[in-house]
Design a binder for this molecule. Structure first.
Ligand SMILES: Nc1nc2c(ncn2[C@@H]2O[C@H](COP(=O)(O)OP(=O)(O)OP(=O)(O)O)[C@@H](O)[C@H]2O)c(=O)[nH]1
Ligand SMILES: [Mg+2]
Ligand SMILES: [Zn+2]
Length: 217
């Protein structure tokens, strides 16, 4: 009966994700579930994005990690409200964990909420959290074959950020090939090439995001 157990878990996740989603849409809050493999640059992207948007929008963050409050402390330095989830071993966030984390945030004081998922290119893509959309980061150091091998995350995401483009001269990675392969899986993907190190491409991403927040209002 293993199969029915798994099914029940997914149904419960779906139900709580819908509750989260209702709360978010009551508050006209844009919520983004940010996913990538470990170290692709999720927290770095959030630090940069918050810096460029916090004068115009009220931003909040839920940080998901197996252990530690390290990322929440990094986000805390930007001055925006943040809650850390420690999954205690689980390799993805689920909607119940997010619902618990929301108790620590005042959603009435927020326009944009980022949920940084656990670093993992596989199962975070399977769990809805109540977000408006998923965004994923792939860093060029991971290789241009990743859309071929981990298609679900590319399929489920609305946005792909190709990060660490400052490292392209040192990597055997063709960003055109990443885009071509990703778009074959998901032709609706909006793609940005960025570097959180040099700042290249981040303005375009922030402009796009501002429009998304305004449309939600
Ligand atoms: N060269 C370069 N390094 C980067 C860039 N973005 C992030 N890094 C570095 O990559 C490392 C990992 O970045 P994080 O932002 O912590 O990555 P993450 O996805 O949040 O990692 P986890 O939360 O552990 O999954 C850090 O040392 C960053 O300074 C970039 O655009 N270029
Ligand atoms: Mg992080
Ligand atoms: Zn998992």
């Amino acid at each position: 009966m293993k199969i029915s157990v798994v099914k029940n878990i997914m149904e419960a996740n779906q139900r709580i994700a819908e509750e989260n989603r209702r709360r978010f849409s009551e508050k006209k809050l844009l919520v983004i579930n940010l996913m990538s493999s470990p170290g692709a640059g999720k927290t770095s992207l959030l630090e940069k994005t918050i810096q460029s948007m916090k004068a115009d929008f009220r931003v909040g963050v839920v940080e998901g990690d197996i252990q530690s409050t390290y990322d929440a402390e990094r986000i805390g330095q930007t001055g925006v409200p943040v809650v850390q989830i420690n999954t205690g071993g689980a390799c993805h966030l689920d909607s119940n964990m997010v619902q618990e984390a929301l108790k620590g945030l005042d959603l009435t004081q927020m326009d944009l909420l980022f949920i940084e998922n656990v670093g993992n290119l596989v199962c975070p893509a399977e769990f809805k959290l109540g977000e408006d959309f998923k965004a994923m980061i792939l860093s060029v150091a991971e290789g241009d074959d990743k859309p071929l091998k981990y298609p679900l995350m590319f399929h489920e995401s609305r946005v792909l950020l190709i990060n660490k483009i400052d490292l392209l001269p040192f990597c055997d990675c063709d960003p055109d090939l990443i885009e071509e392969r990703a778009l074959k899986i998901n032709p609706q993907l909006t793609i940005f090439r960025v570097s959180c190190r040099t700042g290249e491409g981040l303005d375009r991403w922030a402009d796009w995001l501002r429009n998304q927040v305004k449309q939600r209002k």
